[in-house]
Design a protein around this ligand. Structure first.
Ligand SMILES: Nc1ncnc2c1ncn2[C@@H]1O[C@H](COP(=O)(O)OP(=O)(O)OP(=O)(O)O)[C@@H](O)[C@H]1O
Length: 256
């Protein structure tokens, strides 16, 4: 059996009277594609916020490659090798595609973005490494030929891929994708499926939240299902599609 990269152990978070994530256990194996699905408000994005250190859990713990991360700050978690994208596009529209990727890395380098403007020799070497890593990430998402274009001039599907490139440039071992296919047309979704597989083939682990069932069923090795903060099912796409609790949670909607 392969190595566990991420483990959630009885993770709970309460916001006032609301238990948004309720005693969730999960183990994700390295190199796999895991999806997290569930109705609106089930707690999916909150789980990503817990993993990336935006919120500390009210109870339980999260570990990454065997080390406890649930009391670390977001930047420390990024440095350990977890990157993410967000549900809504968060690009700098009037910056180039390349700069949008580079800025993601400047947040974690010693000099930072301002330091790169006041250039010293070590800063220049760091800048070169950042540019190289950024171009490599753009290449993986097949956007290297658009490096000098403004982000706002990219079609929607490419803007979403650019966000993934930005996350990849931080050299993560695990990447969390929050609704990566949202708003994409069928062609853009097919391209994205192929690219996520390519990322997986480089040895990365992918954990994604997604509402598009066809996309999820097509791509995932395993799926976990949340409803009202609780994990109600986990299994292969075939197992999830015939799980009575999942069908009930999605009542009126088809689990493709
Ligand atoms: N910071 C917060 N303060 C208070 N309540 C919150 C906070 N963050 C999330 N919640 C609540 O926690 C619950 C879970 O929200 P979450 O955004 O994780 O759901 P989701 O499954 O990602 O939904 P969707 O599919 O609509 O994005 C919701 O009831 C939400 O209102």
């Amino acid at each position: 059996m392969s190595k566990v990269i991420l483990e959630l152990n009885s993770v709970t978070i309460r916001f006032g009277g609301l238990t948004a994530v309720d005693n969730v256990n999960m183990k994700i194996e390295q190199g796999t594609i895991r999806a997290l699905i569930g109705p609106n408000g089930a707690g999916k994005s909150t789980i990503f916020n817990l993993i990336t250190g935006i919120y500390p859990p009210s109870a339980g713990e999260i570990s990454f490659l065997g080390a406890r991360i649930s009391d670390l700050k977001p930047h420390a978690i990024t440095e350990m090798g977890i990157a993410r994208t967000f549900q809504n596009i968060r690009l700098f529209d009037e910056m180039t595609v390349l700069d949008n990727v580079k800025i993601g890395q400047h947040c974690r380098t010693k000099t930072g973005f301002l330091g790169s403007i006041i250039r010293g020799p070590s800063v220049k070497a760091e800048e070169k490494a950042i540019t190289e890593a950024s171009m490599e990430a753009l290449k993986l998402m097949e956007l290297e030929h658009k490096a000098d274009e403004l982000a706002m001039n990219l079609p929607y599907g490419e803007q979403r891929r650019l966000e993934i490139a930005r996350a990849l440039a931080t050299n993560p071992k695990l990447i969390l994708l929050d609704e990566p296919a949202a708003g994409m047309n069928p062609q853009e979704k097919m391209t994205l499926v192929a690219m996520i597989r390519k990322i997986q083939s480089r040895g990365l682990t992918i954990f994604l939240v997604e509402h598009d069932m066809k996309f999820v069923m097509n791509l995932s090795d395993r799926i976990a299902v949340l409803d009202y903060g609780r994990k109600i099912a986990a299994g292969s796409p075939a197992e999830i599609q015939r799980d009575p609790a999942v069908i009930a949670a999605y009542l009126g909607k088809e689990v493709v």
